[in-house]
Write a protein that binds this ligand. Structure first.
Ligand code: HEC
Ligand code: HEC
Length: 457
């Protein structure tokens, strides 16, 4: 990917949003839209909707953590991934933020020949097509809200609870008095639309960070924050495409913003799928969920050998092949589509948002990282060892053979020479950015300016 493409991608992203019938708030009368958002919020915060009751969408997407992850310190610090309503059950992944997700292009993931990348779809691997489709998954997932009867998805459980709940009247007001006599699938679809309307509302994409205030001249960045902005954009002005800065941390290759301010929102992602080489999280409790008897639909048959192939987890099964096209059920051609290890690029907005300054937040698809400093240090040194100047080359199948020093990081979960960004560890690129400690800190300082709530609206 090159910088020049960022703008094109953003335009494409914005266009997709405008055309999407699933979230066509503009086609609704404002009053209806407000009602729908109100209902969506009720559903999103309703802890009664899990089976047994106790877990709402908001439990795993808490506003105080930027709508990503729980505010339970242990979940973040110890595990990193989401915890389901049934005790002992966990998600295999860390919750993605819902913030600014309304700008994500709809799926299914498609390969863009020109941009040489995959785009489109919700979740880290694109397995839901759009905002409305997405809502069904957590409700029916045994490791999340668990609305199942005898191991079969049971949307009727959700419908029963909504129809006897405190906002049933609102549902009738919006969809008509007879709404609850319709088939459960149809009702769930309407409820999902309401959730999508809430998730598309300005409350979830407020553009109210210090960075936004800086863009309109209402706030000044500190020297450290501004240096961080120049490093992440590689540009003297802090806007991609300006005169090159003396160093380039390359972040906007993926966490992109338009080259011209105002040519679309600064989303800090281009929503494509990439492999940056996040290691396995050894503390992921999903590795221990091996008992089929207690969790027939959500158990992990591979135990600690489980590899999250990201996009390869989704694309190959849609072609009748096994996840990642490896092991039993594969056609022996390996990762022939070059998708393994690619995860959707998350927005950097609100990455630092947390309930209190000392709260530990987990990062990466599996929650491996426990601080922003860790993440930036990883991008800076992924390909390095304890011996200065020694570089691990992941395009070499024996990458770790004959190293003089010790690798600074565990191996990538998907150490693929084909999908990994800068597998060779070339200096100045991801994995070997040649940043000083102070420059790493400046990038972290900048990332903190992306938390919403600075501008009061
Ligand atoms: C048990 C924790 C948990 C609960 C409960 C939960 N989620 Fe999530 N959510 C996650 C995880 C984990 C992911 C990322 C999973 C993946 O990528 O495969 C996610 C991803 C998402 C995304 C995708 C964002 C994107 O950019 O693709 C949306 C939207 C979302 N959740 C909305 C909801 C809604 C709506 C509900 C309630 C109906 C809900 N979630 C309930 C854990 C949870
Ligand atoms: C090649 C594309 C690419 C580049 C370049 C890149 N990132 Fe990322 N970034 C990603 C992807 C993809 C993920 C998700 C990876 C995963 O979870 O496995 C990610 C995840 C992150 C996360 C964790 C977010 C979360 O919610 O868990 C942070 C923070 C981050 N990147 C910051 C940066 C910074 C700072 C830079 C520049 C030093 C950078 N990234 C460069 C693609 C990229």
């Amino acid at each position: 990917m090159r910088k020049a493409i960022i703008l094109v991608v953003l335009l494409a992203v914005t266009a997709t949003v405008d055309n999407s019938p699933a979230r066509s708030p503009s086609k609704q009368a404002p009053a209806d839209k407000k009602l729908l958002e109100k209902l969506g919020k009720q559903i999103f915060f309703d802890k009664n909707l899990s089976n047994p009751p106790g877990l709402a969408c908001v439990s795993c997407h808490n506003p105080e953590s930027g709508y990503t992850g729980s505010v339970n310190p242990q979940i973040n610090a110890l595990f990193g991934v989401g915890s389901g309503v049934v005790s002992g059950r966990f998600e295999n992944r860390k919750p993605l933020t819902i913030m600014y997700a309304k700008f994500c292009p709809d799926g299914p993931p498609y390969y863009d020949e020109g941009l040489k990348s995959y785009f489109g779809g919700f979740f880290l691997d694109g397995h839901a097509n759009d905002f409305v489709d997405q809502v069904h998954f957590p409700l029916l997932n045994p490791n999340e809200m668990n609305n199942l009867i005898n191991n079969h998805p049971a949307p009727q459980l959700v419908v029963q609870k909504v129809s006897s709940g405190h906002y049933a009247a609102l549902v009738k007001q919006i969809y008509g008095a007879n709404i609850f006599s319709q088939p459960s699938d149809k009702i769930i679809l309407q409820l999902a639309k309401a959730v999508a309307a809430f998730e598309s509302s300005p409350e979830i994409s407020p553009f109210s960070s210090k960075y936004d205030a800086y863009l309109t001249g209402k706030a000044q960045l500190t020297p450290s924050e501004f240096n961080g902005l120049r490093l992440v954009t590689g540009s003297n002005t802090g806007r991609p495409g300006g005169m090159p800065y003396y160093k380039d941390a390359q972040c906007v290759l993926c966490h992109g913003i338009p080259t011209e301010q105002g040519d679309g929102p600064d989303l800090w992602t281009i929503y494509s799928y990439e492999n940056v080489g996040v290691p396995k999280n050894p503390h992921n409790p999903y590795y221990n969920m091996i008992d089929k008897k207690i969790n027939a639909l959500g158990y992990n048959p591979l135990g600690s050998a489980y590899i999250d192939f990201g996009l390869g987890n989704y694309i190959y099964p849609t072609k009748g092949l096994s996840p990642g096209n490896s092991g039993v059920g594969s056609n022996g051609k390996g990762d022939f589509l070059a998708v393994n290890g690619k995860f959707k690029i998350p927005t950097l907005r609100n990455v630092d948002k947390r309930p209190s300054p000392n709260f530990i937040k987990a990062y990466g698809h599996n929650g491996y990282f426990k601080s922003l400093k860790d993440v930036v240090h990883f991008y800076n040194t992924r390909n390095l060892t304890t011996v200065p100047g020694e570089i691990i080359n992941f395009s070499n199948p024996q990458a770790y053979a004959n190293l003089k020093g010790k690798s600074l990081w565990p191996p990538p979960e998907n150490p693929s020479s084909v999908t990994l960004q800068n597998p060779e560890g070339l200096p100045g690129q991801i994995g070997n950015l040649e940043l000083t400690e102070q420059e790493e800190n400046d990038i972290v300082a900048f990332l903190k300016t992306l938390s919403d709530g600075y501008i009061k609206r």
